[in-house]
Write a protein that binds this ligand. Structure first.
Ligand code: SF4
Length: 463
């Protein structure tokens, strides 16, 4: 990574080379989503090396053990397929670790071999390896397409495919499904809090709050209390509506639920920032008779007050952002609302819809923005752009710290993965309160820089 100091501003059009991608692999997302089911053990159908990478990335980000099993492919499985390994794994997992659900995702290798996971799961049931009342669910996550966000979406959709059940044509008026998208456990907690304050019964899935931010107790608990239960997942088919937060991560599950159980869906941006949170609250109003409690109005008012106090410092500041499409769209909107200037926006997750959504957010008012998605939208590319024309702030995951150090530009860590800071999973950036925290982080970065760089005669106590 020290080689970054040799990066030049020479942006060469590349076709077949990615340097430091702005994404991770599909199964990581599937594993994160699966951890949001109560008493679920994610299972990586492939080699131990893949599973180690998936688990270690999640454990390093959340600073919690991310429990998962693997089919432990060897050379033999690569030639003859992984059926025997998965059958043995399921037998061992249910008899030793006693989960309620095993959520199997594939890897590049098992996808290339073409293992048929539902057929293997059926064979495991036939052999009596899956105890009564327990389930095996699956999704396909070939990592040579998509990214960790696609894997998250696929496993979330699998929850609908396997569990959601409609027991009546009459839906439960005050029960809604919330698909929170790939956000921190604390964000899921904040989203649930808002739903509850709106007097609605929410079923949140996946739900990693209480799983990857579980309290430290004297006892080891392989399956923490949090997560959506099987009963809750089944009941999603009877809800009055679904709110999918983020079209990439949550849209496919919401659509599947609409098709399978006729639950109408609303796909919204992730509720990061003022405007996106407003949209979320407005949509919740459709289901609670139109009421917004005074406490939520007060929270919004506090955010607006804070923004007006800080706006003089935000005005015109330029930002480079990278990360997941759903997060980038809402973050960009918030930065525009703060009168800041997003300048470079990249995501390694492919999909042209991202360019359209970012275009809508930027509108005609924000000029000279470079937006790129896909394999060549990597960390080298964003570094080259910064070499050409600097920005005032970086917002993205830990992989930007090398650019931050080399270019001496402050970095706000946001998104996934954050490997070099602790505690982020406990503090939401979603909702009005989360937006206040984001504002504080951004302004602190600017004022810390001002303090550091100020000559003695301009070093101020009050700023
Ligand atoms: S081989 Fe594929 S699934 Fe395994 S870690 Fe690499 S990208 Fe991920």
């Amino acid at each position: 990574m020290a080689l970054l100091r040799h990066t030049t501003d020479d942006v060469v059009e590349r076709q077949a080379l990615t340097v430091n991608p702005a994404k991770t692999c599909q199964p990581i997302g599937a594993m994160y989503a699966a951890l949001g089911i109560n008493r679920c053990l994610p299972h990586s159908h492939g080699s131990q090396g893949c599973c180690s990478y998936h688990r270690s990335t999640l454990s390093r980000h959340y600073k919690e053990p991310a429990m998962a099993a693997t089919s432990s492919f060897t050379e033999g499985s690569s030639v003859f397929g992984g059926q025997a390994n998965l059958l043995q794994a399921l037998n061992t997992i249910f008899s030793v670790y006693d989960p309620d659900v095993v959520a199997v995702h594939t890897t590049c290798l098992s996808e290339t071999i073409g293992d048929d996971i539902p057929q293997i799961a059926d064979a495991a049931v036939a052999k009596g390896f899956v105890p009564e009342g327990k389930c095996v669910i699956h999704c396909n996550t070939p990592s040579y397409v998509g990214s960790h966000t696609t894997g998250f979406a696929n496993m979330t959709k699998a929850m609908v495919d396997y569990f959601s059940t409609s027991t009546s044509e009459d839906k439960i008026a005050d029960q809604i499904n919330i698909i929170p998208g790939w956000v921190e456990p604390a964000d899921m907690g904040e989203i649930k809090r808002l739903v509850k304050m709106m007097s609605l019964k929410g079923i949140t899935f996946p739900d990693t709050s209480g799983v990857l931010d579980a309290p430290l107790t004297a006892e080891y608990n392989m399956y923490p209390k949090g997560g959506a239960t099987i009963e809750q997942l089944e009941a999603t088919g009877d809800s009055a509506g679904t709110i999918a937060l983020g079209p990439i991560c949550s849209g496919p599950a919401a659509e599947a639920l609409q098709n399978k159980c006729q639950v109408p869906q609303n796909t919204l941006p992730l509720p990061i920032g003022l405007r996106a949170t407003d949209m979320f609250i407005q949509t919740l109003r459709k289901y609670n008779g139109g009421n917004v409690p005074a406490e939520i109005t007060a929270e919004r008012g506090r955010l607006v007050d804070l923004v007006s106090d800080m706006s003089q410092y935000f005005y015109g500041k330029t930002v480079a952002l990278w990360g997941d499409p759903d997060q980038l769209v809402s973050l960009t909107q918030f930065l525009v609302d703060l009168d800041m200037r997003p300048k470079y926006i990249i995501t390694g997750t492919p999909g042209k819809a991202f360019l359209r959504r970012i275009g809508e957010v930027l509108g005609d008012g924000v000029k000279d923005v470079i937006v790129k998605q896909g394999a060549q939208a990597d960390m080298l590319y964003i570094h080259q752009l910064i070499k050409r024309e600097r920005v005032d702030l970086l917002i993205g995951n830990t992989y930007g710290k090398y650019i931050s150090r080399d270019e001496d530009i402050p970095l706000i860590r946001h998104g996934f993965p954050i490997l070099d800071r602790i505690g982020h999973q406990y503090f939401p950036t979603a909702g009005y309160r989360g937006a206040m925290r984001l504002c504080e982080k951004i302004l602190d970065a600017f004022l810390d820089r001002q303090d550091r760089d100020a000559p003695e005669e301009s070093f101020e106590l009050t700023m």
